[in-house]
Design a protein around this ligand. Structure first.
Ligand SMILES: *[C@@H]1O[C@H](CO)[C@@H](O)[C@H](O)[C@H]1NC(C)=O
Ligand SMILES: *[C@@H]1O[C@H](CO)[C@@H](O)[C@H](O)[C@H]1NC(C)=O
Ligand SMILES: *[C@@H]1O[C@H](CO)[C@@H](O)[C@H](O)[C@H]1NC(C)=O
Ligand SMILES: *[C@@H]1O[C@H](CO)[C@@H](O)[C@H](O)[C@H]1NC(C)=O
Ligand SMILES: *[C@@H]1O[C@H](CO)[C@@H](O)[C@H](O)[C@H]1NC(C)=O
Length: 159
């Protein structure tokens, strides 16, 4: 699981910045979890409601009272203590913008993350050994592997 922390210096700078803020890009491997923290010092007033949203339109959770919207039930966990959102078992379709908005007398953006879910790419299974016994294995049967090895070593002819 990846936890995102803003260095204190940056956090303090952000506290004095007006919104909108640039979103933080996060790359996550498919199937992993990621915790998104609010990026400012949020103190909810009694009129305030916090929303975590996806792609600006889908509501993920709101608080208070704590509600996880239907599409996200079982896939996210919201922490009331620090207002962070845990996204679990991310899939490619979960890529997009996640932001947190506090709605009170006015809306204020308190976090924005651009999540990019990546599929782990397997390295190709091809090992080249300088001591390989190509000469022995290239039997000119013209099967694909022989041909590949033959091309790879640019040998003029099969023995
Ligand atoms: C957060 O804000 C509250 C109220 O404005 C303040 O009392 C508190 O010290 C702040 N915390 C930090 C870590 O800045
Ligand atoms: C927020 O709370 C959750 C659950 O209690 C915890 O796992 C996480 O580490 C906390 N994040 C921060 C930045 O404190
Ligand atoms: C969310 O937004 C991103 C970036 O604009 C887009 O690539 C993605 O398809 C959107 N996802 C959904 C489910 O709308
Ligand atoms: C390659 O062959 C030489 C001589 O037989 C041997 O000393 C060396 O350890 C071999 N290298 C590898 C990577 O197998
Ligand atoms: C492989 O063939 C090349 C020339 O075709 C030869 O120089 C080399 O000694 C041979 N290697 C082995 C391991 O037979």
């Amino acid at each position: 699981m990846v936890t995102l922390h803003f260095p204190i210096a940056i956090l303090l700078t952000l506290l004095h910045q007006a919104e909108p803020r640039v979103e933080t890009s996060v790359f996550v491997l498919k199937g992993q979890d990621v915790r998104l923290n609010v990026q400012t010092n949020v103190t909810l007033q009694y009129v305030d409601v916090l929303y975590w949203k996806f792609n600006r339109s889908d509501n993920v959770v709101k608080y208070p009272p704590k509600v996880t919207f239907e599409r996200y039930q079982g896939r996210v966990e919201f922490s009331e203590g620090n207002l962070s959102l845990l996204l679990k078992n991310l899939q490619e379709g979960d890529s997009g913008l996640y932001d947190a908005v506090v709605s009170g007398n006015k809306d204020s953006n308190v976090a924005a993350y651009l999540i990019k879910v990546q599929v782990r790419v397997m390295p190709p299974v091809l090992t080249v050994d300088s001591n390989s016994t190509i000469n022995d294995t290239c039997t000119c049967t013209h099967n694909k592997l022989d041909y590949m090895l033959y091309k790879l070593h640019s040998r003029p002819d099969c023995p």
